[in-house]
Ligand binder design. Sequence first.
Ligand code: HEM
Length: 302
Amino acid sequence: MQHPVAYHLLPNGTYEVSSFWGLMMNPWAWLQYAHNMCGAVVTATFVMSSVGALYILQKRNGDFGRMFLRLGVIAGVLACVVQIFPTGDLHGKYMAKNQPIAIAGMEGLFHSVKGAPIVLMGQPDMEGQKIDNPIAVNNVLSFLIYGTTAAEVKGLDAYPKDLWPTTLPLLFYSYHIMAGLGTYFVALMGIAGCLLWRGKLFTSRWVLWPILLSFPLPYIANTAGWMTAEIGRQPWLVYNLIRTSDGYSKHIGAGTSLFSLLGFLGLYTVLSILWVMLVYNIIEEGPASTTEPAADQPRTTA
Ligand code: HEM
């Protein structure tokens, strides 16, 4: 849907897959898969590291705490780097080629410019077509996309307004939350990795606390990434082929859709609460309780 390949148009106006392998070899899909899977690994490493940090800070399950933290941080350093380079970086370059309007929206680039800056922070002003209170670094966007600081990056003004992503500020913020968190993850895991290397990690409370408190952040980064991909694709359902406005069922009313949406929201809220309770119980109980046999039970090997 983001980058349709291996299809042809039938006389009745519908599209048909023309090659199974063409579909399977869609480079966009592989890139998305790599970035998504890496996001899952980043999440796992943060969960593992934070549980390890918790045990060490609470001075319980010491051996497990150190093992979780060591493994979490080593895998975390690798996964966080791969999340940015090459997967995130390649994704950006690929988008610049195939979805240039989306990337202009993500970066808040309203006007085409040579030596385009990267905006680290700011608020899109849709009326003024500019970024308010920007903190930007000149030339970096041109360099990241085209490998040279002099290259021109096309802004939103180069495209008709009916092709702009519909909720542009949300796209800008989602992308910046994802990329900002990605940068924070590398920094935190990098510092933790250095301390581990020097044998000081387990006693450095000033870094154990941020690791512990970062538990929810990869979940937020993944959700922000997904929002970036889906909002960036608008107004297309299938990029450049079918508009979202043509792709929904005209037989189902807005009320019915809202009702099902609320139903799903309720269901997922209940599931999320159960999940949090379950995970909390498992962490509170600790691994020692399942590996150490009770005093009156014989030791068994699994
Ligand atoms: C500086 C760091 C990062 C960069 C440059 C980056 C770049 C990108 C780009 C360009 C997209 C594509 C959006 C689209 O297809 O329209 C994307 C999607 C995504 N990103 Fe990131 N990303 C970064 C960090 C992260 C982190 C830390 C996570 C999670 C731990 C993450 C998770 C995702 C997810 C889940 C998607 C949606 C993929 C999909 O469904 O197509 N990203 N990212």
